[in-house]
Design a protein around this ligand. Structure first.
Ligand code: HEM
Length: 495
């Protein structure tokens, strides 16, 4: 049975295999002649770098698992044995430890690249959503992996984060007991975390497969954010981008090796070299650096959400939720509900909602019944904000409906987005500091709250409003035209 058109290869062995299982035809179609926009910059290297890091983590993880013991009495010592007695155990462990950090560096750059150049917009929504799912899975994997060495930070980090689930009313406590497999973080917890830490990377691998599949269906975006129109706008993936990706990877690996060989513990916490002790709480429990911005968001919510504030938030998203409802009703009940034109929340609702929510916050406790009724307690609010900060990314394609993709042609978006990047890094700093830290004579927590407010405002207020108000700059006619005019300008400047 023939399926699709096969290529013929000069090499007789390749030809023999391909005529029976067209693997080489498939590889050549997807990674050889695959047309790719010819104007990629170095930010487009990070998907390939992330793929390389994922494989590195799986390979080094499997080797570590051969020597690791998932038992609270032996885990810490088994890691020390890997470091001291196992041949090259130190190298494998340092690659795995620092690999997690570098994997996150690559993926953070990859995500912010996607946001900057509008890669989340149609037709790449599913590709984007799969990316957000990958990121959530990566966070879960990294969190449970950090518990395995059974150091002080492993134990106390696990205790703090799993305890967060107790914030959910009624089901919270049973969920935590179920997660722990007992009444505290203990041996059953370590055992299941090890099992899951082995499993999750393979699930990530499967989702990455879907992610790249979706990419190959709609093709890559590019720094200009316009679609390629003909052959002049693209290049075959091989040898152009195989070479460019290899070069980028090499530079990245030089930096990675500098950490692995010269400062392997720089990104970790010294307390994790102290065996876990349930009787001694570390003075300052901090997660790994890549969780810090979200940890700061968790800690920023120190106030209860009352009925008025919730009403305000509801108002902000009314057009958005209404349109989602209309879509679902149309799909499943085959009925037409009136639509708010586009999926994007509307400016009057956003501003009105913000005013109501702000009033609810300011008047807390002043108008009995309305502002007295706590709907979401501070702890639950923090947990929802932390997870919401990532889940919100899923909705980006609908929160930002501006017709222009790339920030290169949206000056206001560009400025506010760059502020978001600085804001995110600042949140990381806030998350790294003790809860009672001060900055310029004021509690750091106030700055944390302001930075959290900007983070959310960017997605739920700025994006929808700019979608309808921002005048984009004129777009080039084609990728080829833009590349050529850039080339001409550079030549003229040289003269
Ligand atoms: C294990 C983690 C990941 C791997 C291995 C991975 C892999 C890749 C690869 C190989 C590409 C094509 C090359 C490139 O555009 O850089 C790509 C594109 C893309 N990825 Fe990922 N990715 C990962 C995580 C994510 C995450 C977390 C997001 C977003 C939340 C994301 C969003 C995107 C988007 C939007 C594109 C298309 C970019 C464009 O066409 O401009 N990816 N990914």
């Amino acid at each position: 049975m023939a399926s699709g058109k096969r290529e013929s290869f000069d090499n007789p062995v390749v030809e023999w295999i391909d005529s029976r299982l067209p693997l080489f035809t498939l590889m050549n179609k997807e990674y050889g002649v695959f047309p790719v926009p010819k104007n990629f910059n170095y930010f487009w290297n990070f998907g390939a770098i992330a793929s390389f890091m994922l494989i590195t983590m799986i390979v080094t993880g499997i080797i570590l698992a051969m020597q690791y013991t998932a038992n609270i009495h032996m885990a810490f010592d088994s890691v020390e044995r890997i470091m001291r007695d196992v041949n090259f155990g130190w190298l494998i462990r340092y690659i795995h430890m620092n690999g997690a950090s570098f994997f996150f560096i690559a993926v953070y750059i990859h995500i912010f690249r996607g946001m900057f150049y509008g890669s989340y917009k149609a037709p790449r929504e599913i590709l984007w959503i799969l990316g957000v799912i990958i990121f959530l899975l990566m966070m879960a994997t990294a969190f449970i992996g950090y518990v395995l060495p059974w150091g002080q930070m492993s134990y106390w980090g696990a205790t703090v984060i799993t305890n967060l689930f107790s914030a959910f009313p009624i089901i919270g406590e049973p969920i935590v007991t179920w997660l722990w497999g007992g009444f505290s973080v203990d041996n059953p917890t370590l055992n299941r975390f090890f099992a899951l830490h082995y499993l999750l990377p393979f699930i990530i691998f499967a989702v990455v497969f879907l992610h790249v599949w979706a990419l190959h269906v709609c093709g890559s975006n590019n720094p200009l954010g316009i679609e390629p129109q003909d052959k002049k706008d693209t290049l075959p993936f091989h040898p152009y981008y195989t070479m460019k990706d290899s070069f980028g990877l090499l530079v990245f690996l030089i930096l990675f090796c500098a950490f692995v060989f010269f400062m392997p513990d720089a990104l970790g916490h010294p307390d994790n070299y102290i065996p876990a002790n349930p009787l001694v709480t570390p003075a300052h429990i901090v997660p790994e650096w890549y969780f810090l911005p979200f940890y700061a968001i968790l800690r920023a919510i120190t106030f209860d959400t009352n009925l008025v504030m919730l009403g305000g938030f509801g108002l902000m998203f009314m057009p958005f939720f209404w349109n989602v409802l209309a879509m679902l009703v149309k799909q499943f009940a085959k009925m037409d509900l009136p639509r708010f034109k586009a999926m994007t929340p509307k400016a009057p609702f956003l501003i009105g909602g913000l005013v109501v929510a702000g009033a609810g916050f300011a008047l807390s406790g002043l108008i009995p019944l309305l502002t007295d009724v706590t709907i979401i307690e501070a702890k639950l609010g923090g947990v929802l904000a932390m997870f919401g900060a990532i889940v919100l990314w899923i909705f980006m394609p609908w929160l930002d409906s501006h017709p222009v993709r790339s920030a290169m042609f949206r000056p206001v978006f560009k400025t506010l987005f760059l502020i978001l990047v600085v804001d995110f890094i600042f949140l990381g700093y806030v998350g790294s500091q003790p809860a009672d830290a001060m900055l310029v004579g004021l509690p750091l927590s106030i700055f944390g709250l302001i930075a959290t407010a900007y983070y959310f405002a960017f997605f739920v207020v700025v994006l929808p409003i700019l979608s309808v108000t921002e005048q984009g700059k004129p777009l080039p006619k084609s990728i080829h035209d833009a590349v050529l005019s850039q080339h001409k300008a550079a030549k003229a400047a040289k003269k």
